[in-house]
Design a protein. Structure first.
Length: 151
């Protein structure tokens, strides 16, 4: 839900957003940088507008807006923002939610994840358990969808 602005931009401007994805992959820049090269706003700003229009809880709108802020800025915000940021980073670290060719995003997320564990006061042992369980759960769900089995 935190990247709902990406879905909005992809839906409204599919040709532009395909170019954004290519730019991120080829130029090794963030989605926000590529979006701002194309539009006068990023997916976080588009997502907040949608969240406000759909009357999301204010905490969720803030998480959508702030999930790419540096940890120093995120920790002073609502706790949900820190957890959304951490979950987003973890997904990128594990290679979920994007196609191949985003190795830099994965590497950057790995580096930032160290700060996430620390900021959330999660021990190295618990961090490894969370990573492992997350990977297993996503792989299990992926297997369900790829084999056509539901439930």
């Amino acid at each position: 839900m935190h990247d709902i602005g990406k879905l909005l931009l992809l839906n409204r401007y599919p040709d532009h957003y395909v170019q954004i994805v290519d730019k991120v992959r080829k130029l090794d820049i963030s989605f926000q940088e590529a979006e701002l090269d194309t539009f006068p706003f990023s997916h976080t700003e588009a997502g907040v507008l949608l969240a406000e229009q759909w009357k999301f809880a204010p905490e969720m709108a803030r998480a959508i807006r702030d999930h790419h802020l540096p940890w120093e800025d995120s920790r002073s915000r609502a706790p949900v923002t820190a957890f959304v940021k951490a979950a987003d980073l973890l997904a990128h670290c594990l290679g979920f939610g994007h196609l191949s060719g985003f190795q830099s995003l994965r590497a950057t997320s790995e580096e930032q994840m160290k700060s996430a564990w620390s900021a959330l006061e999660i021990s190295p042992a618990d961090a490894e358990r969370i990573r492992s369980e997350s990977r297993e759960l996503v792989e299990l769900e992926s297997d369900k969808y790829s084999s056509g089995v539901s439930g």
